[in-house]
Design a protein around this ligand. Structure first.
Ligand code: ADP
Length: 577
């Protein structure tokens, strides 16, 4: 579908808060255009009254002063217009960007499976820049020229209707071809923006995996792949540029024809004595204004269409609705004293991208408050998938998950997620201080709370030895933590808000033996304080801590029950095999 200027109406909600500024900009715009229109009139009186034979020098000087005053007024109004309009452009673009970013951050993982982050980034940068160009300059240029064109036309009709009629006839010849070419520009604009987004997506994927790319010495191939992709984008852009150049050239030829025709007719009537020189001067400037207004409007129309395409894409992004959302009337689960309870009721799930493959099939089980459950199974069994369902990143197609007696689909998403402390498989370290990293989920936590959590997670010791202790910068702009250290920081982050429910996804994978023992000590200690743990693991030592165990294979529940029972059956099966 090709965008139409109406697509810009998607920006209306972003413009509405600034209606006073818009009114101001409109006022300055009209004033500036009006002053421009006063120029030819001042010029005419200058020529007819100041330049005629016998006119005295004072009259001439006064006329020049008048002309200068018009120029000063024009300068003031134009500067004010430029300021207000650019201000609006910047403001509105930033608002659009922030809104889109906030919206994207709330999407479920399904969204990110189908939309690459590079594409989102391209939307945020190049599409938003296009909107800024249009709102912050092209649109005002367009409006100014519209007012000026209409004004010049009115003045021409008033002063010289017959000439005006002829000029209009020539200009009409400009309009039809421009509309045709304009359509073509519009179609190609959207295509070229899409190609640009493709190459950004490609680059971001490769940059995220740069070490893999380099270890396979694939830099050359990746460079080529990027070059192929940009070449495609270039091809489309060049076709757009060609269409646009044709449009611009055509408009200039046609409008000059109109101008020269007007000039010629005017010159003839001055020779015949039916018009004064001043009137001719005035008419010429009005025709120039009119013709240049037409030319600019053609240019601006192209920009407006590009921005319409950009707006459409951003609005598409804004209107994608995450398939997991908080219900309209969420149910609040009671806070249990001794941990959290978890119930799985016939949970069936397949990833939206793989509709035919069941990732989880008929999971049932109950974990009472304060109990710890180990989810055991080989890799690919569905442990991480179960974790994603608990966090409600995805919704099961069938069955339900209850936390503290309430189906999680009925809970407010942030309420649900705040109840759960999470340690993901890959420890994540954000750039910032260690302190900020630990209190990521609750930025207003006190230092004391953070220290306590770090101590419980056996992280305090190594943090204290860092150059600036808790204030040491880590992550991208600072020190790099080892896998085990990052894991401990992740543990501290998960437990410092004193959640009743903690999920550890393969927590010991980056811990050495001592680290694993510390982890077990931590879990045992927190269990005593009434924390329910879900441990996704295949480490035997860690399973020992659990009260219950759920064994998964290929998404199917093999057994669920008390740990000893389950482990005994597993042993038997292993022995029998
Ligand atoms: P585990 O954590 O036990 O190693 P997972 O839960 O990661 O297992 O994976 C279970 C199954 O779901 C695997 O077959 C895996 O290929 C598939 N899977 C995991 N994530 C996705 C995804 N985002 N989209 C489609 N399939 C997935």
């Amino acid at each position: 579908m090709t965008p139409t200027p109406q697509s810009l109406s998607g920006l209306w909600p972003f413009i509405r808060p600034y209606r006073w500024q818009v009114a101001c900009a409109g006022l300055f715009l009209v004033l500036a255009a009006g002053t421009t229109l006063a120029f030819p009139w001042a010029l005419r009186t200058l020529i007819d009254q100041g330049l005629v034979e016998g006119a005295n020098a004072d009259v001439l000087a006064t006329k020049f002063v008048e002309l200068f005053l018009v120029a000063v007024a024009l300068a003031i109004f134009s500067a004010a217009r430029f300021y207000t309009v650019s201000w609006l452009g910047e403001k509105i673009t930033v608002d659009v960007k922030n809104k889109v970013y906030a919206h994207v951050l709330q999407q479920s993982p399904t969204f990110f499976e189908t939309t690459q982050s590079g594409e989102v980034l391209s939307r945020l940068s190049s599409d938003a820049t296009l909107i800024q160009t249009v709102v912050g300059s092209s649109l005002s240029m367009g409006l100014r020229n519209l007012v000026m064109g209409v004004g010049a036309m009115a003045m021409l009709v008033w002063t010289n209707p017959w000439l005006m009629f002829q000029v209009m006839a020539v200009l009409a010849l400009v309009v039809f071809p421009s509309v045709y070419l304009g359509r073509r520009v519009r179609r190609l604009s959207r295509a070229s923006q899409d190609r640009a987004a493709d190459s950004s997506a490609l680059a971001s994927e490769v940059l995220n995996a740069i070490s893999v790319v380099q270890s396979y010495t694939a830099e050359g191939r990746e460079t080529q792949r990027f070059a192929d992709s940009t070449a495609q984008a270039l091809g489309t852009s060049l076709r757009r540029v060609r269409a646009r150049s044709l449009l611009v050239g055509f408009i200039i030829v046609a409008s000059s024809a109109a101008l020269l025709w007007g000039l010629y007719m005017g010159a003839l009537s001055v020779r015949a004595g039916t018009t004064t020189a001043g009137e001719l001067g005035q008419t010429v400037v009005y025709v120039i204004l009119l013709a240049s207004a037409f030319a600019v409007l053609g240019e601006v129309y192209g920009d407006v269409l590009r921005a319409a395409g950009a707006t459409e894409r951003l609005m598409e992004l804004l209107h994608t609705r995450s398939d997991v959302r908080s219900p309209d009337h969420p149910q609040h689960a009671p806070w249990l004293v001794n941990g959290s309870s978890l119930v799985l009721r016939d949970v069936n799930f397949n990833y939206p991208s793989r509709p035919t493959q069941q990732a989880l099939n008929g999971l049932c089980g109950e974990v009472q408050a304060g109990q710890t459950v180990a989810i055991v199974g080989p890799s690919g069994a569905g442990k991480t998938t179960l974790f994603s369902l608990l966090m409600r990143f995805y919704a099961p197609q069938h069955g339900e998950v209850l936390l503290d007696g309430v189906p999680i689909a009925q809970m407010d998403l942030s309420d649900l997620r705040q109840r759960i402390g999470v340690v993901p498989q890959e420890p994540v370290v954000f750039s910032g201080s260690v302190m900020d990293n630990i209190r990521y989920g609750k930025p207003d936590a006190t230092d004391k709370e953070v220290h306590a959590a770090a101590e419980a997670a056996f992280a305090h010791e190594f943090i204290a030895e860092l150059p600036q202790g808790y204030d040491t910068a880590v992550g991208r702009d600072g020190l790099t933590l080892s896998g085990g250290q990052a894991q401990r920081v992740g543990l501290a982050r998960a437990i410092y808000g004193q959640p009743k429910f903690v999920v550890l996804d393969e927590p010991s994978s980056s811990l050495d033996q001592a680290g694993e023992q510390q982890l077990i000590d931590m879990v045992t200690a927190l269990k005593k304080q009434g924390v329910t743990f879900v441990l996704m693991t295949h480490r035997k030592n860690l399973i020992e801590v659990a009260d219950k165990a759920l064994v998964l294979r290929d998404g199917v529940q093999q057994s669920f029950g008390s740990r000893d029972e389950v482990m005994a059956t597993l042993m038997l099966q292993a022995g029998g095999a």
